[in-house]
Design a protein around this ligand. Sequence first.
Ligand code: IPM
Ligand code: MG
Length: 374
Amino acid sequence: MEKRIAVIEGDGIGPEVTKQAVNVLNAVAAHFGHSFQYTYALMGAAAIDQTGNPLPDETIGACLESDAILFGAIGDPKYDNDPNAKVRPEQGLLKLRKTLQLYANIRPVSTYASLFHLSPLKSRQLEDVDFIIFRELTGGIYFGKKESSADGNQSLDECVYSREEIERIAHLAFHFAQKPGRRRKLTLVDKANVLETSRLWRKVVKELAAQYPDVTVDYMYVDNAAMQLIQNPKQFDVVLTENMFGDILSDEASVISGSLGLLPSASLAANGLALFEPIHGSYPQAAGKDIANPVGAILSAAMLLEYLQMSEEAALVREAVNWTLLNSFVTKDIDPVNFYFTSTIGELICDYVSGKISGSVKRENIELRKSTII
Ligand code: IPM
Ligand code: MG
């Protein structure tokens, strides 16, 4: 197959983890006889530095002309620490989501037995954890009216949701809960005891539930969900929630896997366009050091392959990632003492995909590429 992929590396560790994801896509293309054509585009602080605009029109154009978008990370401390900054890197990503109508952000959370000992949670809480967060991505408080009073002492962020916005993502989540291998359970996370928008979410989801009689629906307040995610994460199958709650809960959920660096995500639009990005941020302290975890980006590439109907290819990438984790080939976020570099993990995953690593891998050769910083 021939596919066009827009690549937005973004800021901080974005470029180095995205590079590994692209290398893996190239290994997949070579192995399966596909051809991927990449168009690189700017967004975030990188775009502000070069053009003054966090989302140049060329970037939107490149995305619209592609079959899928691969994105790295966004954010730069020089803007974080300046509350008066008029232009911010994050505006680029938010505008891209809104412009392309990427309304459904899908964040799968799973655990790896080989990493149980590194998680702050106990092993018995980690077994059989496999859930997926459906986060609404183009509405709510992120996109409501924003105002500050003239004297700068009062500010407003409005949270608005419409029935249509809730229905379209709820349908996706219900369909997903019905897929083979799922447990047909959907949990709506809201704050319906306080917020009017949450009461609308509950009303709409309750109505839709009648169309999916084989899916069990339960409703959970977000504060309780934050606790339950840590206390008993295996109870969740499909979690459906609004924009801001989904942002917060998905970072929390990453702790279950062992590292924020492991989790991928997909953002889908109604017109069929989709963007794939790791859920982590730009981690500026690690930028350029070759220590960031590329797995979130590489698993995002696997989700991209799945979306392009390349299921076998996606499965091979996931198998390669599992193989590295199982063999303790991990980056510093997972093992601060015995760690491998970003590029080494990327190479190993590419080698696995290309069939260069068989069961009898020469571990000593790989050990040579291990960090010597202890
Ligand atoms: C995410 C990020 C973004 C968000 C930021 C960078 C605007 O945290 O994708 O989870 O809040 O949506
Ligand atoms: Mg976030």
